[in-house]
Every structure is written in C-alpha cells, then in structure tokens.
Design a protein around this ligand. Sequence first.
Ligand code: SF4
Ligand code: SF4
Length: 124
Amino acid sequence: MAYIITRLCIDCLDRGCVEVCPVNCIYQQNGPATADRPNMLYIHPTECISCSACEPECPWKAIYEDRELPAVFSEDTAVNAQCEQQPAAFVVAQVQRDAEGRLLPKRRPTTEEVSANRAKWGAP
Ligand code: SF4
Ligand code: SF4
C-alpha cells in the first residue's frame, strides 16, 4: 500500500506535500518532462509508509491512497513507480525556501480552480 500523486498535480509543484512527508519519499524529475514522465511529483511506492500526511496538504486534491485511486488515474500508479524503477531520472523533491531559509508562500487555488482542474482530467 502506498499513496499516489495523480496528474492533477501537473505543473503545480508547490511541494506542500514534500514539507510534511516524514520519510522524504516524494521525488521530482532529474531532467526535462516527457510524454510518459509528466511535470509532476512522484511518490516512491516502496519508501512510502502510507502515513497519509501528504494527502490533506495538497491544495489540488491530487493525492490518493492507492486502493482509493479513481479508475481514471489508474495509469498514474505506474507513472509514480518510475521513480523507483529509473532512479537516475529522479531526485528527492526539495522544499522551496527563500534566501533566509523561510518556507516560500504557496498560492492557494480557489474552489473553482480546483474543480476546473479536476474536470480537465476527468476526476470524479
Ligand atoms: S503517505 Fe506519508 S510517507 Fe507516503 S508520500 Fe505521503 S507523507 Fe510521504
Ligand atoms: S501538494 Fe499536491 S499539487 Fe502540490 S506538489 Fe504536492 S501533489 Fe503536487
């Protein structure tokens, strides 16, 4: 059992999830995005301890426990697993801080923006 970041995260990368993960098992790409490796964060399926801390932190509601993953996102299980299968292509995602080490503020999407993003990707 692990948590999955879905394509609802694409192009957000605010890393709110990274700030709360106790085991640093959320990864970002070490290189440019590709068609099969989109611009999003990835949860390592073996390193994730399923603590659930990340899920409520995601403003885009992009994170699911694998057994609750909507069918429309079923391909994202394999997308996340790329960070385990292709370790050279990923690095542990870093929390974003300013020059003084303070966490950078995050843009909180509106309810309408979250709904529009979910509709775009066919989320139930
Ligand atoms: S469920 Fe816990 S261990 Fe897994 S990615 Fe989220 S915060 Fe990290
Ligand atoms: S908090 Fe959600 S949208 Fe932001 S980077 Fe993490 S998974 Fe992506």
